[in-house]
Design a protein. Sequence first.
Length: 447
Amino acid sequence: VPFIEKSQSSTHQQLQMIVSTTCSVGMLIFTVIMQIFAFYNSNPLIIGSVFSLMAVTCVVASVQIFLYFRQIKQTVQLWLFVAVCCLSIALLVVFAVLGPIESQTFDFSTEPMFMPYEDKVQVMYVTQQPQPTRVLVGTSAKCGGETLQMTNCTQKSLIHQVLLEQNQSFILNKRRFDVKIPQKPRKFMLISDVHGNQVYHSILPPDYDVALMPGDFSAWGHLEGFINSFKEPIKKPIVFAYGNHDTMKPQLAEQLFQRQFQFYQQIGDVGVVSLTVLKNGSSILQQEYIQEAMAFMKKTVKESKADHIIIQLHCIVYAVTGFENSKAYRAFGETFAEAIEEINDKRIKAVLYGHEHSASVFIKDQVLYAVSAPAGGPPKHDSWFEELHGPQDDEKIFGGEYHMDTYQFNHHIGELQLDVEKKVTKFKIIRVKDNKVLSSYEIPFKE
Protein backbone atom coordinates (compact mmCIF):
# COMPACT_ATOMS: atom_id res chain seq x y z
CA VAL A 1 0.00 0.00 0.00
CA PRO A 2 2.76 2.55 0.75
CA PHE A 3 4.28 1.78 -2.67
CA ILE A 4 0.93 2.40 -4.38
CA GLU A 5 0.45 5.69 -2.47
CA LYS A 6 3.95 6.80 -3.41
CA SER A 7 3.30 5.93 -7.06
CA GLN A 8 0.03 7.87 -7.10
CA SER A 9 1.71 10.86 -5.47
CA SER A 10 4.48 10.77 -8.06
CA THR A 11 1.91 10.61 -10.85
CA HIS A 12 0.10 13.65 -9.47
CA GLN A 13 3.36 15.58 -9.24
CA GLN A 14 4.27 14.59 -12.78
CA LEU A 15 0.86 15.73 -14.03
CA GLN A 16 1.22 19.03 -12.19
CA MET A 17 4.67 19.52 -13.69
CA ILE A 18 3.35 18.87 -17.22
CA VAL A 19 0.43 21.25 -16.70
CA SER A 20 2.75 23.97 -15.33
CA THR A 21 5.15 23.54 -18.23
CA THR A 22 2.30 23.71 -20.73
CA CYS A 23 0.81 26.79 -19.06
CA SER A 24 4.09 28.69 -18.85
CA VAL A 25 5.17 27.90 -22.41
CA GLY A 26 1.66 28.53 -23.68
CA MET A 27 1.44 31.89 -21.90
CA LEU A 28 4.84 32.88 -23.27
CA ILE A 29 3.75 32.12 -26.83
CA PHE A 30 0.32 33.66 -26.33
CA THR A 31 1.80 36.85 -24.85
CA VAL A 32 4.13 37.27 -27.81
CA ILE A 33 1.20 36.74 -30.21
CA MET A 34 -0.94 39.27 -28.34
CA GLN A 35 1.93 41.75 -28.37
CA ILE A 36 2.21 41.43 -32.15
CA PHE A 37 -1.50 41.63 -32.94
CA ALA A 38 -3.10 43.57 -30.05
CA PHE A 39 -0.68 45.25 -27.65
CA TYR A 40 1.80 46.77 -30.14
CA ASN A 41 2.11 50.53 -29.61
CA SER A 42 -0.03 50.27 -26.49
CA ASN A 43 0.61 52.01 -23.20
CA PRO A 44 4.04 50.84 -21.95
CA LEU A 45 2.48 50.27 -18.52
CA ILE A 46 0.06 47.74 -20.01
CA ILE A 47 2.80 46.03 -22.00
CA GLY A 48 5.11 45.97 -18.98
CA SER A 49 2.40 44.55 -16.72
CA VAL A 50 1.49 41.79 -19.18
CA PHE A 51 5.09 40.74 -19.71
CA SER A 52 5.79 40.91 -15.96
CA LEU A 53 2.83 38.65 -15.28
CA MET A 54 4.01 36.26 -17.97
CA ALA A 55 7.58 36.31 -16.60
CA VAL A 56 6.40 35.55 -13.06
CA THR A 57 4.35 32.65 -14.41
CA CYS A 58 7.39 31.20 -16.17
CA VAL A 59 9.64 31.68 -13.12
CA VAL A 60 7.16 30.02 -10.77
CA ALA A 61 6.71 27.12 -13.20
CA SER A 62 10.50 26.76 -13.52
CA VAL A 63 10.92 26.56 -9.74
CA GLN A 64 8.19 23.93 -9.55
CA ILE A 65 9.85 21.86 -12.30
CA PHE A 66 13.22 22.17 -10.55
CA LEU A 67 11.75 20.92 -7.28
CA TYR A 68 10.01 18.07 -9.08
CA PHE A 69 13.21 16.74 -10.60
CA ARG A 70 14.96 17.08 -7.24
CA GLN A 71 12.05 15.18 -5.65
CA ILE A 72 11.84 17.58 -2.71
CA LYS A 73 9.27 19.84 -1.03
CA GLN A 74 6.13 18.27 -2.41
CA THR A 75 3.87 20.72 -0.56
CA VAL A 76 5.75 23.68 -2.05
CA GLN A 77 5.39 22.10 -5.49
CA LEU A 78 1.63 21.93 -5.00
CA TRP A 79 1.40 25.60 -4.03
CA LEU A 80 3.60 26.58 -6.97
CA PHE A 81 1.34 24.57 -9.27
CA VAL A 82 -1.70 26.44 -7.92
CA ALA A 83 0.13 29.75 -8.42
CA VAL A 84 0.95 28.90 -12.05
CA CYS A 85 -2.68 28.02 -12.73
CA CYS A 86 -3.93 31.24 -11.11
CA LEU A 87 -1.40 33.39 -12.97
CA SER A 88 -2.32 31.74 -16.26
CA ILE A 89 -6.00 32.37 -15.64
CA ALA A 90 -5.22 36.00 -14.74
CA LEU A 91 -3.31 36.43 -18.00
CA LEU A 92 -6.18 34.95 -19.99
CA VAL A 93 -8.59 37.36 -18.30
CA VAL A 94 -6.30 40.29 -19.15
CA PHE A 95 -6.10 39.15 -22.76
CA ALA A 96 -9.87 38.67 -22.96
CA VAL A 97 -10.62 42.12 -21.50
CA LEU A 98 -7.83 44.30 -22.90
CA GLY A 99 -7.14 42.48 -26.16
CA PRO A 100 -10.27 43.68 -28.01
CA ILE A 101 -9.83 47.20 -26.61
CA GLU A 102 -6.14 47.54 -27.44
CA SER A 103 -6.50 46.07 -30.92
CA GLN A 104 -9.18 48.55 -32.00
CA THR A 105 -8.26 50.99 -34.78
CA PHE A 106 -10.15 53.54 -36.84
CA ASP A 107 -9.87 55.02 -40.32
CA PHE A 108 -8.34 58.42 -40.96
CA SER A 109 -9.82 60.82 -43.48
CA THR A 110 -6.77 63.01 -42.97
CA GLU A 111 -3.74 61.67 -41.14
CA PRO A 112 -2.17 63.85 -38.44
CA MET A 113 -0.88 67.23 -39.60
CA PHE A 114 1.77 68.99 -37.56
CA MET A 115 1.52 72.76 -37.26
CA PRO A 116 3.88 74.68 -34.97
CA TYR A 117 1.76 76.62 -32.50
CA GLU A 118 3.69 79.18 -30.45
CA ASP A 119 6.18 77.05 -28.46
CA LYS A 120 4.19 73.84 -28.98
CA VAL A 121 2.87 71.84 -31.92
CA GLN A 122 -0.76 71.53 -32.98
CA VAL A 123 -1.69 68.03 -34.11
CA MET A 124 -4.82 67.99 -36.26
CA TYR A 125 -6.45 64.97 -37.89
CA VAL A 126 -9.82 63.99 -39.33
CA THR A 127 -11.53 60.62 -38.88
CA GLN A 128 -14.16 58.95 -41.03
CA GLN A 129 -16.37 58.29 -38.00
CA PRO A 130 -16.65 60.30 -34.77
CA GLN A 131 -13.94 59.24 -32.31
CA PRO A 132 -12.58 60.50 -28.99
CA THR A 133 -9.52 62.74 -29.30
CA ARG A 134 -6.79 60.94 -27.43
CA VAL A 135 -3.11 60.27 -28.09
CA LEU A 136 -0.60 58.36 -26.01
CA VAL A 137 2.50 60.25 -24.91
CA GLY A 138 4.86 57.96 -23.03
CA THR A 139 2.64 56.26 -20.47
CA SER A 140 0.03 59.04 -20.30
CA ALA A 141 -3.02 59.76 -22.41
CA LYS A 142 -3.19 63.29 -23.80
CA CYS A 143 -6.72 64.37 -24.65
CA GLY A 144 -8.03 67.05 -26.99
CA GLY A 145 -11.22 67.80 -28.84
CA GLU A 146 -12.72 69.81 -31.68
CA THR A 147 -10.69 72.83 -30.55
CA LEU A 148 -7.31 73.24 -28.88
CA GLN A 149 -9.08 74.48 -25.77
CA MET A 150 -10.95 71.20 -25.31
CA THR A 151 -9.36 68.36 -23.32
CA ASN A 152 -12.18 65.83 -23.20
CA CYS A 153 -11.19 62.17 -23.45
CA THR A 154 -14.74 60.94 -24.06
CA GLN A 155 -16.41 63.41 -26.43
CA LYS A 156 -16.38 62.19 -30.03
CA SER A 157 -15.83 64.28 -33.15
CA LEU A 158 -14.65 64.08 -36.76
CA ILE A 159 -12.09 66.90 -36.52
CA HIS A 160 -9.53 66.45 -33.80
CA GLN A 161 -7.12 68.93 -32.24
CA VAL A 162 -4.51 68.24 -29.59
CA LEU A 163 -1.63 70.43 -28.42
CA LEU A 164 1.70 68.75 -27.62
CA GLU A 165 5.21 69.78 -26.71
CA GLN A 166 7.52 70.20 -29.68
CA ASN A 167 9.52 67.15 -30.78
CA GLN A 168 7.35 64.87 -28.66
CA SER A 169 6.67 61.38 -29.99
CA PHE A 170 3.17 60.04 -29.56
CA ILE A 171 1.03 57.04 -30.47
CA LEU A 172 -2.31 57.41 -32.22
CA ASN A 173 -4.44 54.67 -33.74
CA LYS A 174 -1.73 52.06 -32.96
CA ARG A 175 0.86 54.07 -34.91
CA ARG A 176 3.84 56.05 -33.70
CA PHE A 177 4.35 59.60 -34.94
CA ASP A 178 7.56 61.54 -34.49
CA VAL A 179 7.88 64.87 -36.31
CA LYS A 180 10.75 67.18 -35.45
CA ILE A 181 10.43 70.95 -35.36
CA PRO A 182 13.80 72.17 -36.68
CA GLN A 183 15.75 74.79 -34.77
CA LYS A 184 17.40 76.02 -37.94
CA PRO A 185 14.97 75.41 -40.82
CA ARG A 186 16.65 76.09 -44.12
CA LYS A 187 14.55 74.48 -46.86
CA PHE A 188 10.88 75.36 -47.33
CA MET A 189 8.39 74.05 -49.87
CA LEU A 190 5.84 76.56 -51.18
CA ILE A 191 2.54 74.75 -51.82
CA SER A 192 -0.45 76.89 -52.72
CA ASP A 193 -3.90 76.62 -54.29
CA VAL A 194 -4.30 72.86 -53.97
CA HIS A 195 -8.11 73.07 -54.32
CA GLY A 196 -8.67 69.48 -53.22
CA ASN A 197 -6.37 67.99 -55.86
CA GLN A 198 -3.14 66.67 -54.36
CA VAL A 199 -1.06 66.37 -57.52
CA TYR A 200 1.92 68.04 -55.84
CA HIS A 201 2.67 65.30 -53.33
CA SER A 202 4.59 62.94 -55.60
CA ILE A 203 7.42 65.42 -56.19
CA LEU A 204 7.99 66.65 -52.65
CA PRO A 205 11.66 66.05 -51.77
CA PRO A 206 12.42 64.06 -48.63
CA ASP A 207 14.84 66.57 -47.13
CA TYR A 208 12.85 69.79 -46.75
CA ASP A 209 12.18 71.25 -43.31
CA VAL A 210 8.85 73.08 -43.42
CA ALA A 211 5.86 73.31 -45.78
CA LEU A 212 4.53 76.82 -46.37
CA MET A 213 0.94 76.72 -47.63
CA PRO A 214 -0.61 80.13 -48.32
CA GLY A 215 -4.19 79.07 -48.79
CA ASP A 216 -6.97 77.60 -50.92
CA PHE A 217 -6.87 74.03 -49.71
CA SER A 218 -10.49 73.53 -50.75
CA ALA A 219 -12.29 74.76 -53.85
CA TRP A 220 -15.49 75.74 -52.05
CA GLY A 221 -14.57 75.67 -48.39
CA HIS A 222 -15.97 72.18 -47.77
CA LEU A 223 -14.35 69.63 -45.49
CA GLU A 224 -14.21 67.11 -48.35
CA GLY A 225 -12.02 69.45 -50.38
CA PHE A 226 -9.65 69.92 -47.48
CA ILE A 227 -9.45 66.16 -46.93
CA ASN A 228 -8.64 65.60 -50.60
CA SER A 229 -5.77 68.10 -50.36
CA PHE A 230 -4.09 65.90 -47.76
CA LYS A 231 -4.97 62.36 -48.82
CA GLU A 232 -1.26 61.60 -48.73
CA PRO A 233 0.10 62.91 -45.44
CA ILE A 234 2.65 65.70 -45.24
CA LYS A 235 5.08 64.41 -42.65
CA LYS A 236 6.69 67.78 -42.06
CA PRO A 237 5.73 70.86 -40.04
CA ILE A 238 3.20 73.04 -41.85
CA VAL A 239 2.64 76.79 -41.59
CA PHE A 240 -0.41 77.98 -43.51
CA ALA A 241 -2.25 81.15 -44.40
CA TYR A 242 -5.98 81.40 -45.13
CA GLY A 243 -7.08 81.58 -48.76
CA ASN A 244 -10.28 83.21 -49.97
CA HIS A 245 -11.80 79.80 -50.78
CA ASP A 246 -10.96 78.55 -47.29
CA THR A 247 -13.01 81.37 -45.77
CA MET A 248 -16.17 80.51 -47.68
CA LYS A 249 -17.08 78.56 -44.56
CA PRO A 250 -15.25 80.53 -41.85
CA GLN A 251 -16.44 78.37 -38.95
CA LEU A 252 -14.98 75.25 -40.58
CA ALA A 253 -11.75 77.06 -41.43
CA GLU A 254 -11.33 78.21 -37.84
CA GLN A 255 -12.13 74.73 -36.54
CA LEU A 256 -9.48 73.21 -38.81
CA PHE A 257 -6.69 75.74 -38.33
CA GLN A 258 -7.34 77.16 -34.84
CA ARG A 259 -5.61 80.43 -35.75
CA GLN A 260 -6.51 84.09 -36.11
CA PHE A 261 -6.55 85.49 -39.64
CA GLN A 262 -3.26 87.27 -38.88
CA PHE A 263 -0.71 85.27 -36.93
CA TYR A 264 3.00 84.87 -36.37
CA GLN A 265 4.89 81.63 -35.86
CA GLN A 266 8.57 81.31 -35.11
CA ILE A 267 10.27 78.04 -36.06
CA GLY A 268 13.76 77.98 -34.63
CA ASP A 269 15.54 81.05 -35.96
CA VAL A 270 12.99 81.76 -38.73
CA GLY A 271 9.83 83.78 -38.19
CA VAL A 272 6.82 83.34 -40.48
CA VAL A 273 4.21 86.10 -40.68
CA SER A 274 0.91 84.80 -42.09
CA LEU A 275 -1.51 87.46 -43.31
CA THR A 276 -5.10 87.39 -44.58
CA VAL A 277 -6.61 90.19 -46.68
CA LEU A 278 -9.15 88.11 -48.63
CA LYS A 279 -12.00 86.92 -46.42
CA ASN A 280 -15.56 85.63 -46.60
CA GLY A 281 -14.81 83.56 -49.67
CA SER A 282 -14.31 86.63 -51.82
CA SER A 283 -11.57 87.86 -54.15
CA ILE A 284 -12.67 91.45 -53.53
CA LEU A 285 -10.18 93.43 -51.49
CA GLN A 286 -11.50 95.52 -48.61
CA GLN A 287 -9.56 98.33 -46.93
CA GLU A 288 -10.54 97.18 -43.45
CA TYR A 289 -8.82 93.81 -43.94
CA ILE A 290 -5.79 95.37 -45.64
CA GLN A 291 -5.24 97.90 -42.84
CA GLU A 292 -5.58 95.17 -40.23
CA ALA A 293 -3.00 92.98 -41.99
CA MET A 294 -0.51 95.80 -42.61
CA ALA A 295 -0.69 96.96 -38.99
CA PHE A 296 -0.13 93.40 -37.79
CA MET A 297 2.83 92.91 -40.14
CA LYS A 298 4.54 96.12 -39.03
CA LYS A 299 4.08 95.38 -35.35
CA THR A 300 5.04 91.71 -35.60
CA VAL A 301 8.21 92.18 -37.64
CA LYS A 302 9.35 94.87 -35.22
CA GLU A 303 8.80 92.59 -32.21
CA SER A 304 10.16 89.41 -33.81
CA LYS A 305 13.34 87.91 -32.35
CA ALA A 306 13.98 85.73 -35.41
CA ASP A 307 17.15 85.94 -37.48
CA HIS A 308 15.22 85.54 -40.73
CA ILE A 309 11.64 86.48 -41.60
CA ILE A 310 9.31 85.09 -44.27
CA ILE A 311 5.97 86.72 -45.02
CA GLN A 312 3.20 84.66 -46.59
CA LEU A 313 -0.31 85.56 -47.62
CA HIS A 314 -2.80 84.34 -50.16
CA CYS A 315 -3.27 87.62 -52.00
CA ILE A 316 -0.72 88.46 -54.68
CA VAL A 317 1.66 91.39 -54.35
CA TYR A 318 3.45 91.28 -57.70
CA ALA A 319 2.18 89.03 -60.49
CA VAL A 320 1.50 89.04 -64.21
CA THR A 321 -1.78 87.25 -64.80
CA GLY A 322 -5.37 87.77 -63.76
CA PHE A 323 -6.19 89.90 -60.74
CA GLU A 324 -2.92 91.79 -60.73
CA ASN A 325 -4.14 93.86 -63.68
CA SER A 326 -7.05 95.28 -61.68
CA LYS A 327 -6.86 98.68 -59.98
CA ALA A 328 -7.74 97.24 -56.57
CA TYR A 329 -4.94 94.70 -56.64
CA ARG A 330 -2.43 97.27 -57.90
CA ALA A 331 -3.46 99.53 -55.04
CA PHE A 332 -2.93 96.70 -52.58
CA GLY A 333 0.49 96.00 -54.09
CA GLU A 334 1.43 99.64 -53.62
CA THR A 335 0.19 99.60 -50.03
CA PHE A 336 2.15 96.44 -49.31
CA ALA A 337 5.31 97.84 -50.93
CA GLU A 338 5.02 101.01 -48.84
CA ALA A 339 4.63 98.93 -45.68
CA ILE A 340 7.76 96.90 -46.49
CA GLU A 341 9.70 100.10 -47.12
CA GLU A 342 8.48 101.54 -43.83
CA ILE A 343 9.47 98.38 -41.95
CA ASN A 344 12.89 98.42 -43.66
CA ASP A 345 14.09 95.23 -41.99
CA LYS A 346 16.95 93.33 -43.60
CA ARG A 347 15.77 90.10 -41.97
CA ILE A 348 12.86 89.88 -44.44
CA LYS A 349 14.06 87.37 -47.02
CA ALA A 350 10.90 86.48 -48.93
CA VAL A 351 7.25 87.35 -49.51
CA LEU A 352 5.36 84.28 -50.72
CA TYR A 353 1.77 84.09 -51.91
CA GLY A 354 -0.80 82.24 -54.01
CA HIS A 355 -4.21 83.12 -55.48
CA GLU A 356 -2.93 83.47 -59.06
CA HIS A 357 -2.74 80.01 -60.64
CA SER A 358 0.59 80.66 -62.28
CA ALA A 359 4.23 80.94 -61.22
CA SER A 360 5.98 84.31 -61.05
CA VAL A 361 9.15 85.64 -59.44
CA PHE A 362 9.93 89.29 -58.78
CA ILE A 363 13.01 90.52 -56.93
CA LYS A 364 12.95 93.96 -55.33
CA ASP A 365 15.54 95.38 -52.95
CA GLN A 366 17.03 91.92 -52.39
CA VAL A 367 13.67 90.52 -51.27
CA LEU A 368 12.08 87.60 -53.13
CA TYR A 369 8.43 87.99 -54.15
CA ALA A 370 7.09 84.71 -55.48
CA VAL A 371 3.95 82.83 -56.37
CA SER A 372 4.42 79.25 -57.54
CA ALA A 373 0.98 77.84 -58.13
CA PRO A 374 -1.31 76.08 -58.50
CA ALA A 375 -0.29 72.94 -56.64
CA GLY A 376 -3.54 71.25 -57.63
CA GLY A 377 -6.12 73.75 -58.78
CA PRO A 378 -6.76 74.55 -62.47
CA PRO A 379 -3.72 76.26 -64.06
CA LYS A 380 -3.99 79.73 -65.53
CA HIS A 381 -4.36 79.98 -69.31
CA ASP A 382 -4.00 83.61 -70.27
CA SER A 383 -3.98 83.46 -74.05
CA TRP A 384 -1.21 85.91 -74.77
CA PHE A 385 1.74 83.91 -73.38
CA GLU A 386 2.91 80.63 -71.88
CA GLU A 387 6.23 81.94 -70.55
CA LEU A 388 7.39 85.46 -69.87
CA HIS A 389 10.95 86.47 -68.98
CA GLY A 390 12.80 89.57 -67.87
CA PRO A 391 11.65 93.08 -66.91
CA GLN A 392 8.26 94.22 -68.19
CA ASP A 393 6.51 97.51 -68.79
CA ASP A 394 5.45 98.81 -65.39
CA GLU A 395 2.43 100.49 -66.95
CA LYS A 396 1.09 97.10 -68.03
CA ILE A 397 2.39 94.94 -65.17
CA PHE A 398 2.64 96.31 -61.65
CA GLY A 399 6.24 95.99 -60.53
CA GLY A 400 7.24 94.97 -64.04
CA GLU A 401 10.75 96.36 -63.61
CA TYR A 402 11.37 93.74 -60.89
CA HIS A 403 9.98 90.86 -62.94
CA MET A 404 12.16 87.81 -63.53
CA ASP A 405 10.03 84.97 -64.93
CA THR A 406 6.41 83.86 -65.22
CA TYR A 407 5.00 80.46 -66.25
CA GLN A 408 1.45 79.21 -66.69
CA PHE A 409 -0.54 76.32 -68.24
CA ASN A 410 0.83 73.87 -65.59
CA HIS A 411 0.86 73.01 -61.90
CA HIS A 412 3.79 74.41 -59.94
CA ILE A 413 5.32 74.41 -56.47
CA GLY A 414 8.28 76.38 -55.14
CA GLU A 415 11.39 75.59 -53.14
CA LEU A 416 12.85 78.28 -50.89
CA GLN A 417 16.25 77.83 -49.29
CA LEU A 418 18.04 80.10 -46.83
CA ASP A 419 21.74 79.52 -47.38
CA VAL A 420 23.13 81.19 -44.28
CA GLU A 421 26.72 80.19 -44.97
CA LYS A 422 26.75 81.84 -48.40
CA LYS A 423 24.30 84.52 -47.23
CA VAL A 424 21.91 84.05 -50.14
CA THR A 425 18.22 83.32 -50.54
CA LYS A 426 17.63 80.60 -53.13
CA PHE A 427 14.36 79.85 -54.89
CA LYS A 428 13.22 77.39 -57.54
CA ILE A 429 10.04 77.22 -59.62
CA ILE A 430 9.24 73.53 -60.06
CA ARG A 431 6.79 72.16 -62.63
CA VAL A 432 4.79 69.36 -61.05
CA LYS A 433 4.10 67.10 -64.03
CA ASP A 434 7.78 66.26 -64.64
CA ASN A 435 9.47 67.64 -61.49
CA LYS A 436 11.43 70.04 -63.69
CA VAL A 437 13.09 73.16 -62.30
CA LEU A 438 11.93 75.92 -64.67
CA SER A 439 13.97 78.72 -63.11
CA SER A 440 16.23 79.19 -60.11
CA TYR A 441 17.44 82.30 -58.33
CA GLU A 442 20.04 83.41 -55.79
CA ILE A 443 19.52 86.67 -53.93
CA PRO A 444 22.23 88.01 -51.60
CA PHE A 445 21.16 88.77 -48.04
CA LYS A 446 20.92 92.43 -47.15
CA GLU A 447 23.90 93.57 -45.11
